[in-house]
Structure formats: structure tokens, C-alpha cells
Design a protein around this ligand. Structure first.
Ligand code: ZN
Length: 211
């Protein structure tokens, strides 16, 4: 499920050959016709964990993958956009919610599929929200009622688990880690992953539990 390798040259359209270019250490798509080397690099997914008191705003996905499952709003960062602007835009597109970013929450590397997921903690600027075109439904969940068995992705599960840990301790952190599949079972089941290289840095901010 890695991001698609290009099969044809972006420059001249000839088929690519997979080989290790001189001076490099891994396979690349190389064009024998024009010599262009095609690099495939990770993509960045940005999103928000929106809280109000003890509640979190989740979207039920109207698109694959994970159609019908719940997740905080998130999507691919666009060229020309900061991660903060991208997270805010995705939140508008999926939940029609205007938010203020409060702190960085997680940066989780999914090395297996070449993605970096950055989530910011946020709060609503107004009470208004509704399902955008990529959501079936958007609603508040109390943190005690999170639909754990119907969350969209392992990265969703781990992000919320880390946030709950911070809330329970009354101590906000920025967390980073590599989400690694243990090579067994479904790659969509969170329990087949670990985040063993997790690092958490405390943030010197007030934990605002506004009601
Ligand atoms: Zn070419």
C-alpha cells in the first residue's frame, strides 16, 4: 500500500527501470531514454483534534479508505501550504468548522507507507459545524464515549490515546513516534502496531479546560 511508484518518466513518458543509480543506496525509477531519476518521498497528512470541555469532534468518513469510520478531520498537505494552514483547511472541508490551533499534539511517522501525520490540538471559533462532502456525519463525543472499535486508522487510535493520557495527567505534550506494523495480522488493526520509539516533550502552556 505504499504510495504508487511512477511507471513512466515524468519528463519524456518512457517506461522506467528500477535500479540503484550510481552513488546512491536504494532502488529508484530510472529513465533509460532521458536519464531522469524519479524520487518518491513521504507525504504529509495534517489534521486537528478539536476539543470543547470533555468532548472531541469526530467525522465519519464518506470516502475510502475506512468508509463509515470515525476520525478527527485530516488530509494531505498541499504544496504552498503550512502544516497549520493545511490542518485548518482540512477541518473546514470535512467538518465545516472554523478552529483556532492551540498546540502541536503528535507527529507520527508511518514509514511503511511513506506518510507523516501531524495533528494539532484546536478549539472551535464558533459553535457551527456540519458534514462536509467527505464526511457522512460530524458530531461531538465525550472522551468516555469514543467509538474505539470504529476509529478509521491505527494513527487515529494512537493519537487519541496519547491525548487522553495528557488530559488524565493534566500535562500537555508534543509526542512523536514511528508507528510500526508488527508484520502480522491486519495493517488496519491498531493492536498490530507499536509506537516503541515514542518521545514526548512537555509543553509550557496552560491546559485550558474551558467549559
Ligand atoms: Zn525520460
Amino acid at each position: 500500500m505504499i504510495d504508487p511508484e511512477p511507471k513512466f518518466c515524468h519528463q519524456c513518458g518512457s517506461p522506467l527501470t528500477q535500479e540503484i543509480p550510481q552513488g546512491e543506496d536504494r532502488l529508484r525509477g530510472v529513465c533509460k531514454a532521458c536519464g531522469m531519476i524519479h524520487y518518491v518521498n513521504p507525504r504529509v497528512v495534517v489534521g486537528t483534534v478539536i476539543e470543547s470541555g470533555n468532548r472531541i469532534l469526530l467525522c465519519r468518513r464518506a470516502i475510502e479508505p475506512a468508509h463509515g469510520k470515525w476520525t478527527p478531520p485530516a488530509g494531505f498537505l498541499e504544496v504552498g501550504e503550512s502544516t497549520l494552514a493545511g490542518a485548518t483547511r482540512e477541518t473546514w472541508e470535512e467538518a465545516r468548522a472554523e478552529v483556532e490551533i492551540l498546540q502541536p499534539l503528535v507527529s507520527i511517522d508511518l514509514t511503511r507507507i511513506g506518510q507523516i501525520h501531524i495533528k494539532y490540538l484546536a478549539k472551535m471559533k464558533s459553535d457551527d459545524f456540519e458534514a462536509g462532502p467527505e464526511s457522512l456525519e460530524v458530531r461531538w463525543f465525550d472522551y468516555s464515549e469514543i467509538p474505539w472499535d470504529d476509529l478509521a486508522f491505527p494513527v487515529t487510535h494512537w493519537s487519541l490515546r496519547l491525548r487522553i493520557q495528557d488530559r488524565d495527567q493534566g500535562s500537555p505534550h508534543f509526542h512523536r513516534g514511528t508507528l510500526q506494523w508488527n508484520q502480522q495480522g491486519s495493517p488496519l488493526d491498531f493492536s498490530n502496531y507499536d509506537l516503541s520509539d515514542l518521545q514526548s516533550w512537555p509543553l509550557d502552556i496552560e491546559e485550558g479546560n474551558e467549559s
